[in-house]
Design a binder for this molecule. Structure first.
Ligand code: BEZ
Ligand code: FE
Length: 640
């Protein structure tokens, strides 16, 4: 596709931005600037204050960057913003700041400025502020050449302040933030990631956009980790306190503004920063009287009052519609008579998303219908299911016959799922879904024994045995001895743990499928002794095929896959205070080890079963002679 012109890109980005309260012209005269910003964002505060200070007319798109709107994640907005990226490296991680200098280029944030006269798209608040000051004649010069270096230093300090971290995260020793943040911020990063995934799904076929979404998703995942880390949050707060302390000492000589007598760009930056800190409940950084800072900083306090009183700042930040007060700055809003300035969020009327549906807006239309889900988990699940299903169809472009066949195949799979035969479970197993669910639920620490799939042959309440018992139930085979211990990750024995074991016979059959067998065999429940030990004898298991006479068999044959599970003994261990361990020990050397149809094999679970003469049980009793011997210690992960 040919590169689209800027006007076309802007028109595409503006198409969904139809709310007249948030998309409007400001000031009079030719609108050279078009700005995408957000009522509440500090970087947007800076640019709006510069525009007000310079008296420049502009087109305002106050886009919602919080749930549920997230208009900044719309592919057309991201595509427009990418045009201003200038090949810069995409954002890599997260340090709780918002400057593009420290964070890299974030393709999904505000502000973005279009200068229609130069044809530029500018994507960093600092560059935008400097650009407007440089080319707009009105108002006073905000970066006079004589103060250039000093102003630069101040801007860099404000830019490097971790405002974002203290907005999203709670201080581990007491959350000082406004009540509305305490209530709404937990889970915000998950929601962002979900919305980004939605934007990503809508961008299939556009590799640059996909890369942009992927980078942003990585950043938000890192952010989630950052704000959940007590150390990182403590460090961010401490850093802010020392930035304010240093500001106090720079203001000692009682000058009006930070770089002397003139109000400059540096003051705009500080106005925004100090107001945000106050709004967040961090006014104690200069007011003192708080367990995190007891020292008053009178020069910063007086400077803040001067900054907050500046008409351009009041117009662009305090009076700006949709920039709600917190309990910590109510006084400034009361003064302006604007305490309730937040407009009610707009909600879609039922059916508003159901009109004029075509290929390019179908997924979005379906997703819109799910926004009303009252249970956030249900919304997340339905949203992801819809996105992936649509993406799947887009990718394979099935014919109608194929789609009908697929539905008929799934119907047969359901019909086969009755009683002990659960074809859907088997489908989950052979597609790796069971293994994946197992993995996301059992991320045990290093050193702990790895989990694996449970399988269909586990039986609740299998017979209890004393250590040393033979559990073969008289089924013929080569004798096997298992000698094990159950330990914690420090190597201490866990006594009285409950251990369930079950396995196939030397033909690969499980007891519950053996015709004519009365009762259970090749399974049992043990308790570990005071040294964490358990032991038993049985017969050596054999590899076996999973059921192949149903729809899953059709699937496996269609891809010429093996249906044989390598030989193994299943073990499940339960002990109070520890995560349940469900695993299996595979017989080293089994020829099917590398093609397990249910993806349960992990190297750490492949162990030697060695045929040895003269073996003894741990209590000294003789074992069958010779016997296949397996010695293995299970290590359990403690619950926190
Ligand atoms: C099993 O090892 O018992 C098993 C696991 C998944 C599917 C079929 C069998
Ligand atoms: Fe098995």
């Amino acid at each position: 596709m040919a590169e689209r012109g800027l006007a076309e890109r802007v028109a595409a980005a503006n198409a969904p931005l139809t709310d007249p309260d948030r998309n409007r012209s400001i000031g009079s005269g030719a609108q050279r600037f078009e700005l995408y910003h957000f009522a509440l964002s500090v970087c947007s505060h800076k640019v709006r204050t510069v525009l007000a200070e310079k008296n420049a007319p502009w087109i305002s798109h106050d886009i919602g960057i919080l749930p549920p709107l997230m208009e900044n994640y719309h592919p057309d907005y991201v595509r427009l913003r990418m045009q201003g990226g200038g090949g810069r490296e995409l954002v890599g991680g997260y340090t709780g700041r918002s400057s593009t200098t420290t964070e890299g280029f974030d393709p999904c944030v505000v502000p973005t400025l279009i200068d229609h006269e130069t044809g530029q798209v500018i994507v960093d608040s600092r560059a935008i502020c400097e650009h407007i000051d440089r080319i707009w004649e009105g108002g006073s010069e905000l970066i006079p050449a004589r103060l250039h270096r000093e102003i630069d230093t101040e801007i860099a300090i404000v830019d490097g302040t971790p405002h974002v971290a203290v907005l999203y995260g709670a201080h581990p020793d007491g959350d000082f933030r406004p009540k509305m943040l305490q209530a709404n911020m937990p889970g915000a990063h998950d929601f962002k990631i979900m919305k980004l995934m939605e934007g990503r799904s809508l961008s299939v076929g556009h590799p640059r956009l996909i890369a942009a979404y992927d980078a942003k998703i990585r950043k938000e995942a890192a952010a989630r980790h950052f704000v959940a880390s007590p150390d990182m949050m403590r460090q961010a707060t401490t850093e802010i306190l020392s930035i304010v302390e240093a500001l106090e000492s720079r203001l000692q000589d009682n000058r009006d503004w930070i770089c002397g007598d003139a109000y400059t760009m540096a003051d705009i930056q500080w106005a925004v920063s100090l107001f945000r800190l106050k709004w967040l409940g961090m006014g104690f950084a200069w007011q003192g009287g708080h367990k995190l800072n007891d020292i008053e900083r009178p020069h910063v306090a007086a400077y803040a009052l001067r900054l907050f009183d500046r008409p351009s700042f009041r117009e662009a930040v305090i009076h700006w519609p949709g920039n709600p007060p917190s309990e910590f700055v109510a006084e400034y809003y009361e003064k302006a008579g604007l305490s309730d300035s937040e407009p009610a969020p707009k909600t879609l009327k039922p059916g508003e998303h159901g009109r004029d549906i075509r290929e390019e807006n179908l997924t979005r239309a379906v997703l819109e219908t799910m926004k009303g889900a009252r249970n956030p988990r249900a919304q997340k699940v339905l949203n992801a299911f819809t996105r992936h299903l649509h993406e799947f169809i887009e990718e394979i472009e099935p014919s109608e016959e194929e789609w009908e066949w697929a539905i008929e195949w799934l119907t047969r799979t359901g019909q086969l799922s009755v009683g002990g035969r659960q074809e859907f479970v088997l489908l989950s197993d052979v597609t790796g879904a069971t293994a994946r669910v197992d993995m996301v639920n059992h991320r045990f620490p290093d050193g702990a024994t790895e989990n694996s799939v449970l399988g269909p042959f586990f039986v609740e309440n299998s017979p209890a045995f004393q250590n040393g018992a033979d559990i073969s139930g008289g089924i013929k085979g080569e004798p096997m001895l298992m000698r094990s211990r159950v330990l914690d990750t420090q190597g201490n024995p866990i006594a009285n743990a409950r251990v369930d074991v079950w396995h196939s016979d030397d033909d690969g059959a499980y007891d519950i499928l053996m015709p004519g067998l009365d009762g259970l065999a090749l399974r049992g429940m043990f308790r570990t002794d005071n040294d964490g030990r358990f032991w038993f004898t049985s017969i050596k298991p054999h590899s076996y095929p999973i059921p192949e006479d149903g729809t899953v068999g059709e699937l496996l044959r269609a891809s010429s896959r093996s249906i044989i599970r390598p030989a193994h003994v299943h073990v499940r261990v339960d002990a109070p205070g520890y995560h349940r361990l469900t695993t299996m020990l595979f017989v080293e050397g089994d020829e099917f080890m590398d093609s397990d149809p249910v993806f349960g094999v992990k190297n750490s679970l492949v162990v030697p079963y060695e045929k040895k003469p003269g073996q003894r049980m741990p209590d000294g009793a003789p074992a069958p002679d010779p016997c296949w011997t397996v010695d293995y210690d299970f290590v359990m992960a403690r619950k926190h």
